[in-house]
Write a protein that binds this ligand. Structure first.
Ligand code: ADP
Ligand code: MG
Length: 338
């Protein structure tokens, strides 16, 4: 047995990376979240070999200043929260300061970034080690290229599924973020194939059409309701439009796509007997609430949240869905047209 000693930063980052970065889709999610937090209005995602060989994400957000670029890659370094109270009212998608150091620990990462009216910066980090850091011309915003993911963690690389499965997980996360942020123009390309392109004009139904097709988008109903704590709005499909899996239900809390079985259940309860067993609607439901009512600091991937008034929210969701579907009997053609 050896003496107790602290792990090197590189090793600690590699270990922590295991929690945040499971697969190429996790890289895409974290980097897109950073671009969104930087107020980008255009985000391009370019992939090679399902992201395993290369993921490139280009945003037109506010960029990182030269003197902060290296710090951005250190663990627990963030510009998004400062003190303990901030932790209870998180308005950004990121806050843990873990994504960049984690990704840089297990891949070959090059970031080019610039803030307004300042020279840009290029940094290349491979397996946690800075290889290049220099001034470089750059547009305002950030471009990041992640190559050879898991090159130094062979067990992780082996655990990946087929490229098709990995790609579908990336498409899924990009779709959900596009649905969450209709004001941002997303462009997703895998090699020569364009997999998604949204206009960024704020029209959710148009994004639904981009993802699920125009015909389906025309079979969506709007819902909207609020009480003192919650504001619920979004789109739910006509009962005739269903799928065999609940994957087509997206629930967003304060702009964050989350996984919450209870809220899905509340939605399904609203449909009641209109759904056949094993069939699920399509839905994009956006819930806004005081950040104090939601704890996002449950898991490193930030997809699970704890809600302090979950049952009240479930009731609100069930009743708005019920009431909206009840109007169908009155006016069968009462759905929106694009
Ligand atoms: P977190 O997002 O939790 O703060 P990250 O490791 O993802 O942690 O990023 C660290 C910091 O780097 C962020 O807080 C932010 O200041 C900066 N940053 C990362 N990506 C971008 C980006 N695309 N545009 C502007 N700033 C960024
Ligand atoms: Mg982040």
């Amino acid at each position: 047995m050896q003496k107790i000693h602290e792990l090197t930063t590189i090793l600690a980052d590699q270990i922590a990376a295991g929690e945040v970065i499971e697969r190429p889709a996790s890289v895409v999610k974290e980097l897109m979240e950073n671009a969104i937090d930087a107020h980008a209005t255009q985000i391009d995602i370019l992939l090679e070999e399902a992201g395993i060989k290369k993921i490139e994400i280009i945003d037109n957000g506010f960029g990182i200043s030269q003197d902060e670029v290296e710090l951005a890659f250190r663990r627990h370094a963030t510009s998004k929260i400062v003190n303990r109270t901030d932790l209870f009212k998180i308005k950004t998608l990121g806050f843990r300061g873990e994504a960049l150091p984690s990704i840089a620990a297990i891949a070959d990462v090059t970031m080019t970034t610039a803030v307004k009216d300042k020279p840009g910066m290029l940094i290349n980090i491979k397996g946690g080690q800075i290889i290049i850091k220099k001034s470089a011309p750059a547009r305002v915003g950030t471009a990041i290229v992640v190559k050879n993911l898991f090159f130094n963690t062979p067990a992780r690389l082996k655990y990946l599924k087929t490229p098709n499965t990995e790609l579908s997980k990336i498409v899924d996360i990009v779709n959900r973020l596009a649905l969450s942020y209709p004001n941002i123009a997303f462009n997703l390309k895998h090699e020569d194939h364009q997999l998604l392109k949204t206009a960024g004009n704020g029209n959710v139904q148009q994004v639904i059409a981009n993802i699920y097709g125009l015909k389906n988008a025309q079979k969506m109903l709007t819902i909207e309701t609020e009480n003192i704590d919650f504001k619920v709005s979004g789109f739910i499909s006509l009962p005739e439009l269903t799928r065999a899996s609940r994957e087509y239900i997206s629930i967003l809390i304060n702009g964050r796509y989350i996984k919450n079985y209870q809220l899905v259940k509340a939605l399904l309860t609203g449909y009641g007997s209109r759904l056949m067993v094993g069939r699920y609607p399509l839905a994009v439901i956006s819930i806004n609430m005081d950040p104090l009512l939601v704890d996002v600091n449950v898991h490193p991937t930030k997809q699970e949240v704890r809600l302090s008034q979950e049952s009240q929210l479930m009731e609100l969701l069930t009743s708005v869905v019920q009431e909206r579907l009840a109007t169908l009997n009155l006016m069968p053609d009462g759905y929106q047209n694009l």
